[in-house]
Design a protein around this ligand. Structure first.
Ligand code: ATP
Length: 360
């Protein structure tokens, strides 16, 4: 599976642009601010119908325009799949597969798997639990459509329940039966999502550890501990008993939206005690494990986006990635770099076909 070509219209700094890609290595080179990351993001967008950078769709529309479009052709074996995504300010985005709209955006996710490695995204480690949940939810969503649908449904119910709690707080009363019409399905989905997350981590962990050992050369022990209130005792009862607290807080204080994944190296939190290098290896190993799991499940190599890795990673980690390109662990790869001479030098002995794209 690979992306053959892409057309951009008013996508961020691209007013109008066409690119054709190699099924192997594509190097996007150009000055700072010339749109290298934006081009990687366009590929990501086409695969997942959202940006890796902006959670708000309208932010991807060129400042001087009202509508943007990304149109591209993926190849799976002999079959071509044209995907078109357009966003008009103030309207819902439209996603077409071979010119036909998807009934649900969720049906598209995972059809064209993609993995992004941006080595300075260590906020996954440093920031609060939200980023880690987003990462694992993203991984799970590309692997399992039912998960994504549950997840979307959960968030919708959560919003509705929170609005109701706010009203109860403002009016100083509580209609338990009405609240339960949201709570009951919410709890049901929470338990399902909890089980899916728990089962997933069990499979993910050994693959992640293997990648970390390769990158870190086996010196430290890494661990990911999935923490969820759903795991402890009788969640259904606890959730119900929490009604008054929720009204006071004006939001749902218990549930899988509070889950966390604790990252450890040698039993200490990576966040506090991991060196910069260890944190980068940790993030890379997460992404490489994502790649391996997606590949196994979808029976196709995901598209790999490597954003600015030559600048941000040390030589040894870069070498590991180049070896993986060389031994065909990866399929189609996109690499961005502000310094073309450096890219050429690093890739000079790589046997794969290399396509250079200049942004300006
Ligand atoms: N909605 C938008 N409309 C117009 N331009 C935008 C929009 N969003 C971002 N840009 C512009 O895109 C450019 C940044 O592009 P990008 O991040 O892809 O650069 P880059 O080549 O990866 O740079 P670097 O080498 O510094 O990482 C900036 O000039 C920014 O102003």
């Amino acid at each position: 599976m690979f992306l053959e070509k892409i057309y951009l219209s008013n996508f961020k700094n691209y007013e109008e642009a066409n690119f054709t890609f190699s099924s192997q290595v594509n190097c996007i080179v150009g000055e700072n601010g010339s749109g290298k990351t934006n081009l990687l993001d366009a590929v990501y967008f086409l695969a997942l119908s959202k940006s890796a950078i902006h959670s708000q769709d309208a932010l991807n529309i060129n400042h001087d325009a009202d509508i943007m479009m990304i149109d591209g052709v993926f190849r799976k074996g002999d079959k071509k799949h044209q995907i078109t995504c357009s966003i008009q300010r103030g309207q819902r985005k439209v996603l077409l597969h071979d010119k036909k709209p998807y009934e649900r955006l969720a049906d598209h996710i995972g059809q064209f798997p993609v993995v992004l490695i941006a080595p300075d995204d260590t906020e996954l480690i440093k920031d609060g639990s939200e980023g880690r949940r987003r990462f694992f939810d993203g991984v799970l969503s590309q692997m399992d459509n039912d998960y994504l649908i549950d997840y979307q449904h959960y968030n919708k119910l959560l919003d509705q329940r929170n609005s109701l709690l706010k009203i109860f707080f403002e009016r100083n009363f509580l209609d338990q039966d009405l609240l339960d019409t949201y709570s009951d399905p919410l709890v049901k989905i929470a338990i399902r999502i909890f089980e899916q997350r728990r089962n997933f981590i069990e499979k993910f962990l050994p693959i992640f550890k293997k990648h970390y050992q390769i990158l870190g050369e086996g010196r430290e022990e890494v661990e990911i501990i999935y923490e969820s209130e759903v795991a402890s005792g009788d969640f259904v009862k606890e959730f119900r008993l929490n009604r008054q607290t929720d009204v006071k807080a004006q939001r749902t204080t218990k549930g899988i939206h509070k889950d966390d994944y604790v990252f450890e190296i040698d039993r200490y939190p990576v966040k506090k005690f991991g060196s910069q290098g260890q944190q980068k290896s940790f993030v890379m190993a997460l992404r490489l494990a994502q790649f391996e799991m997606l590949e196994e499940l979808r029976e196709a190599k995901p598209i790999l986006l490597l954003d600015d890795i030559f600048d941000k990673l040390d030589d040894r980690r870069i070498q590991k990635l180049i070896e993986s390109i060389d031994n065909q662990t990866f399929g189609q790869v996109f690499i961005s770099d502000a310094r073309p001479e450096r890219t050429e030098k690093i890739l000079e002995n790589v046997k794969a076909e290399i396509n250079y794209i200049r942004t300006r």
